[in-house]
Design a protein around this ligand. Structure first.
Ligand SMILES: [Zn+2]
Length: 260
């Protein structure tokens, strides 16, 4: 599943392609035909990411809401347009670019009230300047749930996916099984700050890079990680433990991330 940085990067890349233009919107696959007609010809006013959700706002007040889920993909290209390849749910055409969206988990139109309700449901997004970290800390510091689960709960804190969860907890020396209520404010702040720093690097380089000081230019499109799916801890050289939380893999080092 794409992590938050992928969606923010998509918003950043697509904004100049679409913003301020009347877009031709269609559904080559046909599954979004009627809704595509409602925004066809409307001017795109903004492209914004909230966690893993991408929102395209149009001049008639409607917002196209996309959540890629596990298998969804964006394909962007410059004009001229080519025939859609595969099942393209939505195609948006500006005077300069074509954006195809395939296989999204969510693809729907929202009115202004529904847009507001969605944004309220999403936890503070570590990549947004307007994020209110207190909303996340309030919930995490009184929760009995393990921090490994809370960091992935997009209603609690938005943007962190599976790779980043493991890496942030290791970097901050927090065991993923620690209940939220056993975490103090200082530790929460370090988790939040590290998430912001790592995901910003992710947006900039379009890659998951969690090892300090790696050659970023060479690591584009490759994961540069400390312990995710690795046999040994780079700090203490001990073995890495693998567990599953809510069906997703989590890795940690028993020495560097002891249970409290
Ligand atoms: Zn270690």
């Amino acid at each position: 599943m794409p992590e938050g940085h992928t969606i923010h990067r998509a918003a950043k890349d697509q904004l100049p392609m679409l913003n301020g233009h009347a877009l031709a919107v269609s559904s080559p696959q046909g599954r979004f035909l009627e809704h595509a007609q409602e925004i066809d010809g409307q001017v795109c006013l903004s492209v914004e990411a909230y966690g893993k959700h991408l929102l395209y706002e149009f001049s008639n007040g409607l917002t196209l809401h996309i959540h890629l889920g596990l298998f969804g993909k964006f394909k962007t290209r410059k004009r001229p347009a080519k025939e859609p390849v595969g099942a393209v749910r939505v195609r948006m055409e500006s005077p300069t670019h074509i954006i195809d969206i395939k296989g999204p988990n969510t693809c729907e139109l929202l009115n202004p009230d529904e847009r507001k309700a969605l944004i309220t449901r999403i936890g503070p997004d570590v990549l947004r300047k307007d994020a209110d970290a207190t909303r996340a800390s309030t919930r995490i510091l009184k929760s009995k749930a393990p921090i490994g689960l809370l960091l992935m709960d997009q209603a609690v804190i938005a943007g962190i996916g599976n790779f980043y969860r493991t890496e942030i907890l290791w970097r901050c020396q927090v065991n993923p099984l620690t209940p939220g209520k056993d975490i103090d404010q200082t530790t929460f702040d370090s988790l939040w700050d590290d998430a912001v720093a790592l995901l910003e690097i992710g947006v900039k380089y379009n890659a998951i890079i969690t090892v300090d000081g790696v050659a970023r230019s060479k690591s584009r499109y490759r994961e540069r990680v400390n312990i995710f799916n690795k046999p040994h801890c780079p700090k203490c050289h001990g073995g890495i433990t693998r567990i599953e939380m809510a069906t997703r893999r989590v890795f940690y080092c028993k020495t560097c991330q002891p249970t409290i």
